[in-house]
Design a protein around this ligand. Structure first.
Ligand code: SF4
Length: 339
């Protein structure tokens, strides 16, 4: 009876390097299962279409990928990362350690015996220096188990290489920021239509990362659905402390409705086009009137704007609650409430 070779679990970002890492290992006859970790800071939207993403990745790149929601441990780690933050609120080393450690814990479940990733020595200043790669391997409990196929020839031998599961001599020796070798390898393997390298991580975006950092400073407990809400629409902190979010278009209005949770107040104009609003951590009635005034301010211009009724919904069921007043908040008043 043929003995099945131990397989690999791939840390899969979806970028070219992770695709290549999978493909060069698969080319050696090793079974590869890929996992894409998602958090509110990266790839979160895939959770709503996991099957589709899986089908697309298999059809386009021949890679079998599953998603894992890493939100909870990630949110905790982000408060106090051991190795600190990068330029913005990005805890790259701790992020990689958490991802590798989680993958390590999944090996038995997946039936794999080692982990691969698309990291390339020297490609990124903070997290892909030689010493940083070593720290990730050590702190994640992946000693000898984390193979970086694209730079294998420049790194110490791992267990699957020593055991002959993977032939080290057939793996690349990429290093540095030059992307040409990866592009040439992709062409040689017939890989096309891969995404261009772009920062998909919100924690590296100066504006959004700053907003998230402030939210952490203000709140001892941070939940994934708070972060999701924080990344949509116009954000206000009203004078009594309520958190108001207004949709800027139809897509954001729908997103806000999907993100509202028990305890939130949902507001919108009943007879005039305007934003959907979610009011969270509702503090007092004064904030409710201000929220209604802001909804009027950001509603479609026209004679119905100031006269339009603002309705209040609680818990998703529309109640007849109409917020009093016809006031529209003037622009000079709300600038200081922006979050
Ligand atoms: S950029 Fe974001 S996803 Fe990438 S390693 Fe850094 S924190 Fe993690």
């Amino acid at each position: 009876m043929a003995v099945e070779r131990p397989g690999a679990l791939a840390l899969f970002s979806g970028g070219l390097d992770s695709i290549l890492a999978c493909r060069v290992i698969m080319a050696q006859g090793v079974a590869v299962k890929a996992v894409k970790f998602v958090t509110p800071f990266f790839c979160d939207e895939l959770l709503t279409r996991e099957d589709e993403h899986r089908r697309e990745t298999r059809a386009q790149f021949g890679i079998d990928v599953i998603l894992r929601d890493l939100s909870e441990p990630y949110l905790k780690m982000l408060r106090r990362p051991v190795y600190g933050y990068g330029k913005n609120f990005n805890p790259c080393l701790d992020c990689k350690i958490l991802i590798a450690a989680t993958a390590r814990a999944m090996l038995a479940e997946i039936g794999a015996s080692f982990i691969i990733s698309g990291e390339v020595v020297g490609q990124r200043p903070m997290s892909q220096r030689l010493d940083a790669l070593r720290v990730v391997e050590r702190d994640s409990g992946c000693d000898g188990l984390l193979l970086r196929p694209l730079s294998a020839g420049r790194l110490p031998e791992t267990i699957p290489e020593r055991q002959g599961v993977v032939d080290r001599e057939r793996l690349p020796k990429f290093s540095g920021r030059n992307r040409t070798p990866q592009i040439e390898l992709a062409a040689a393997l017939g890989i096309t239509g891969y995404p261009s390298p772009a920062g998909g991580c919100i924690l590296t975006d100066p504006n959004k990362a700053g907003r998230i950092r402030r939210f952490y400073e203000e709140n001892p407990e941070v939940r994934a659905d708070d972060i999701r809400l924080l990344l949509v629409g116009r954000q206000f902190r009203l004078p009594a402390g309520s958190w108001l979010v207004l949709g800027r278009d139809q897509r954001e209005n729908e997103r806000l409705l999907a993100l509202s949770r028990d305890g939130d107040l949902v507001l919108r104009m009943s007879d005039w086009p305007g934003p959907v609003a979610v009011l969270r951590n509702f503090a007092c009635g004064g904030d409710l009137e201000l929220a209604a005034g802001l909804i009027r301010r950001f509603s479609k211009k026209g004679e119905g704007r100031s006269r339009g009724r603002v309705l209040l919904e609680v818990g998703g069921a529309e109640k007849s609650g109409e917020v009093a007043g016809e006031r529209e908040i003037p622009d000079e008043a709300w600038q200081d409430w922006l979050r």
